[in-house]
Design a protein around this ligand. Structure first.
Ligand code: ZN
Length: 569
């Protein structure tokens, strides 16, 4: 309900066909830069600039507000990962049509914080880094949009939803994985996917303890209009407490109006997605299979004959690509009130952990195609910002061909028909390769994108996007219409009265008290999208009040309850 947004003039643009038709890039890079020639050895033959860029950069730096923001994340996509994927897929002097086309570029720092010492932890994980741009607050590795003290911070997706925008969350990983999870949930440990893990690892969050539930349960509560990815297996878990106790999370989703699709054809058939019928795409049991396979990295692999990557035969043709999911999400979210969409190419990171160069290259190419879709929409729509970045750096390095590196390495033949060696040396052979602590690239297009230029921190991106969309963090304003209804308002002694809490949009939880007959019974109730409920069983006849106080907003509301004596038999 930010005034910035409600007063803004909206232009609805029907762009689905345009997005589908634009598969060959968007002309953004061409507008800014030229292209290297065939003779890279000639003076100026490898340059990328097309004359003086002053006017183009000035034109690219546009003030907000934006109607829509699309944020695309390459998980683990440091500069090294981009460069080696570009070398392989486009050639050294080539250019990704999406990833490399954004006109404004900067770098940001990605460090997390140590929970005990509160000092920088130079090599972060995806939970801390995602929380940084989702909430604007640095936190510890493993934290999902909670700060060092465990406090939930509102996310861009939540603020966008509260502000009346449509929202989407798309990934190639499990939906519960850290990067998609940071927009829709708040929990102390990233592994708390479902009720089972939450009971043991995040007990404070479990529904049984009146918490907001596991990541999946919180996802269903947060209710983005569009949620697409893998991670179907957690939906087979059963809720142990709360309104849906005893039912699987999948059954809960169906009961709560979600449309569930499980393959490319199902996705294509969806015509609308909104708060009445949000879309949940579950395209795999776990993480989605990757695009390319290739030779394994081995000790001395950089000196072996170079090979090419091949298509992964185990990637089902029924699985939508990241570009398919992005196209569909944009089409479903496009509306006069605007939208916020996060899209993640998750397995650049996962294949880097596995020292699988072809795996990570294919996922970078996949992300590039999704970026092309986003840019084509943004260019056509005219008032959409696109940001492309990574959460953290990763292990892969381009090393000398023939090198006797102590790490494990692999030699590939690139699009230049030249050999390239890729090395992994942050863990012994066979172990999971680890993230690195480098700053990473952040690129932007559209209103507000000038704020990513130069050196920023990952947390800056939260404020850049919040302000580009004109989103309000005013919790008092957001909860000013908060109410409670007693249902029923008159009961017999010992029977149940439900306190139905509504429109506390700025609060994550409320304190509900039943006051009367000299007694006060108090409960804390976790809210989802400003709504929640709890039940009391008053025994003494008389007049009572239900008093609700927003834990974040302090907004108070009350309802009367009358308790009559038990009927005589
Ligand atoms: Zn990782």
């Amino acid at each position: 309900m930010s005034s910035t947004r409600s007063t803004r003039r909206r232009t609805r643009v029907v762009v689905l066909a345009a997005v589908a038709a634009l598969t060959g890039g968007v002309g953004l890079a061409q507008a800014v830069t030229g292209a290297p020639t065939d003779d890279l050895s000639a003076k100026g033959g490898a340059t990328r600039l097309d004359g003086d860029q002053t006017a183009a950069v000035q034109k690219a730096a546009r003030k907000g507000p934006a109607e829509n923001v699309i944020l695309l994340i390459g998980d683990g996509m440091g500069d090294s990962e981009i460069t080696l994927a570009r070398n392989y897929a486009e050639g050294a002097a080539g250019r990704f049509k999406g990833i490399d086309a954004l006109p404004l570029t900067g770098s940001y720092t990605t460090y997390s914080l140590n929970r005990q010492t509160r000092k920088p932890d130079y090599v972060p994980d995806s939970a801390a880094t995602g929380s940084a741009w989702a909430t604007g607050t640095k936190t510890y590795d493993n934290a999902v949009s909670v700060d060092l003290d465990g406090k939930a911070n509102p996310t861009l997706l939540e603020l966008a939803k509260r502000g009346g925008l449509k929202t989407g969350d798309v990934t190639t990983s499990e939906l519960q994985d850290a990067t998609p999870a940071v927009q829709v949930s708040h929990i102390s440990a990233r592994s708390c996917y479902g009720p089972v893990a939450t009971a043991s690892t995040c007990p404070e969050a479990s529904k049984a303890n009146n918490g907001p539930g596991s990541i999946t349960e919180q996802l269903l509560d947060t209710r983005p209009d569009v949620t697409l990815g893998g991670g179907a297996k957690t939906f087979d878990e059963t809720a142990t407490a709360g309104t849906y106790a005893g039912k699987t999370l999948r059954a809960q989703a169906v009961e709560r109006g979600y449309q569930i699709v499980s393959d490319k054809a199902g996705l294509a058939g969806v015509e609308s997605a909104d708060q009445d019928e949000p879309l949940l795409g579950l395209f795999g049991s776990g993480n989605l299979p990757v695009r390319y396979v290739g030779p394994a990295a081995t000790q001395g692999g950089a000196a072996l004959a170079p090979q090419r990557c091949t298509d992964n035969p185990d990637r089902p043709s029924t699985q939508p690509t990241l570009a398919d999911m992005t196209t569909k999400a944009i089409g479903l979210l496009d509306n006069p009130n605007g939208f916020f969409l996060q899209v993640e190419g998750a397995s650049i990171d996962k294949q880097d952990h596995a020292a699988n160069a072809c795996g990570q290259i294919g996922e970078t190419v996949d992300l590039d195609e999704a970026v092309q879709v986003a840019l084509a929409y943004a260019e056509k729509q005219g008032n959409t910002s696109v940001f492309v970045t990574a959460d953290h750096g990763h292990t892969s390095q381009i090393i000398e061909v023939g090198s006797t590196s102590p790490g494990i390495s692999v030699a590939l033949t690139t699009a230049d028909d030249a050999p390239m060696a890729v090395n992994y040396a942050t863990s012994p052979s066979g172990g999971s390769q680890q993230h690195t602590g480098t700053q990473v690239r952040v690129a932007g297009y559209g209103p507000g994108a000038a704020n990513i230029v130069g050196l920023t921190d990952q947390t800056d991106l939260f404020f850049t996007i919040r302000d580009a969309l004109g989103l309000s963090e005013d919790v008092v304003e957001a909860s000013k219409n908060g109410t409670v209804v007693a249902q029923p308002s008159t009961i017999r002694s010992g029977r149940a009265v439900n306190a139905l809490v509504r429109r506390y949009d700025g609060d994550r939880s409320v304190t509900v008290s039943l006051v009367g007959r000299g007694q006060t019974v108090t409960k804390t109730v976790a809210l989802a999208s400003g709504e929640g409920q709890t039940t009391f069983f008053p025994r003494l006849a008389g007049k009572y009040s239900l008093v609700v106080t927003g834990d974040q907003s302090d907004q108070q509301s009350t309802a009367k309850v009358t308790v009559k004596p038990k009927r005589r038999r």
